[in-house]
Design a protein around this ligand. Structure first.
Ligand code: SAH
Ligand code: SF4
Length: 348
């Protein structure tokens, strides 16, 4: 018999589960507190429960935990990168950043990714499996306990494509925004996607006002298809339409991610085309000099190019910011540490 993933239950589901097992409803509240406020990792720590309930839960349920496999602290900016492992030893990466206004965490939603973007270390490594809602949540639990801080901002920008693991991600959003839990406001959460169009509409209709970031990375279909295979299925025009729907429906501004690759997508002509796509919409463009990934010959754009690109965009009143990767000494961009760990252990 497979064990039940108790930390993925929301409070209603947990109540139902506990009542069905013949225990009073208030026990469910106590258990929910232990799991989501005190963030315990074993049933034996639930000291206000009767022994028979603890024994019963231990025999039919498990509490998912993100174990720290590796932890790297950047000397430059206090960015902390974790490699977490789950019960089946599969690993994902997460990064905690210390900003002036609080701690922000970048978490993973899948082990690997199916989308195959050519510039991305995760995409190059292929897909292994989806994370459960509790595994996504446990990354935050472990980091908060390890660092003794409260994470106040979240970005789903680690390994994986969040909208390709839709059900678990939505479940996770419900758990993490719930008052009797981490209680992180939807407005402090950003989901980044390569552009799975039907799921953008579905998310918009759920009315959970999280921020949406679209990984655009090229201003034309012809160019985008070369680096992002998803563009064959969902071309730029359809993705932008979905993003506009998202913005209209949730009132949230869309962020467009644009990795600047030397000599590939960073010309002034590209900037003109990008500006023409986005002008007049409520948006912001993040220009990120591409991180070097082993096995590719992509290089980050030169500073002069970045400045010029920003200037062209601003001519069309399209706001943009150049984002330098934090923690550049600790492979802080996604997929790089896991790839290295597999190699160190004699894997691919
Ligand atoms: N799958 C989602 C979220 C995870 S990737 C998505 O693609 O949006 C998080 C961000 O990192 C995306 O914007 C992605 O395009 C970007 N990224 C991936 N590899 C990169 C690299 N080598 N340099 C810069 N950004 C990269
Ligand atoms: Fe997947 Fe995002 Fe990487 Fe593309 S950029 S391969 S969608 S994780």
């Amino acid at each position: 018999m497979s064990l039940t993933d108790i930390k993925s239950f929301d409070n209603k589901e947990l109540s139902q589960f506990i009542v069905e097992k013949g225990y009073p409803r208030f026990r469910a509240d106590q258990i929910y507190d232990w799991l989501h406020l005190k963030m315990v990792t074993s049933f034996s720590q639930m000291s206000n429960l009767p022994k028979n309930l603890i024994d019963n839960l231990s025999s039919i349920c498990y509490i998912s935990v993100a174990n720290i496999e590796k932890k790297l602290v950047s000397q430059y900016d206090n960015t902390i990168k974790y490699l977490f492992s789950f019960a089946d030893k599969e690993c994902v990466e997460a990064v905690v950043m210390d900003y002036h206004h609080g701690y922000s965490m970048c978490i993973s939603t899948q082990v690997g990714c199916k989308m195959g973007c050519t510039f991305c270390a995760t995409g190059r490594g292929g897909f292994v499996r989806n994370l459960t809602a509790s595994e996504i949540l446990s990354q935050i639990h472990t980091a908060q306990k390890d660092l003794g801080v409260r994470i106040s901002n979240l970005v789903l920008m680690g390994m994986g494509e969040p909208l390709d693991n839709f059900e678990n991600v939505v479940k996770f959003l419900r758990l993490v925004t719930f008052e009797q839990g981490l209680n992180i406001g939807a407005r402090h959460i950003t989901i980044s996607t390569c552009g799975i169009v039907p799921k953008i509409y579905e998310l918009a209709d759920l009315q959970i006002p999280v921020n949406l970031a679209l990984s655009l990375h090229a201003p034309t279909d012809e160019m985008r298809i070369k680096t992002m295979p998803i563009n064959k299925k969902y071309p730029i025009e359809e993705v932008l339409k979905a993003c506009r729907y998202y913005a209209d429906n949730t009132g949230r501004r869309i962020t467009y991610e644009y990795a600047m690759i030397n000599g590939v997508n960073d010309s002034d002509e590209c900037a003109e085309k990008l500006a023409n796509l986005l002008k007049g919409t409520l948006c912001h463009v993040n220009l990120i000099p591409v991180n070097r990934v082993e096995g590719t010959n992509y290089n980050p754009s030169k500073d002069k190019r970045l400045t010029s690109f920003v200037r062209v965009l601003s001519k069309y009143n399209v706001n943009s910011t150049v984002r330098r990767t934090l923690g550049s000494d600790i492979n802080a961009s996604c997929g790089q540490l896991r790839g290295k760990n597999i190699k160190d252990k004699g894997g691919v």
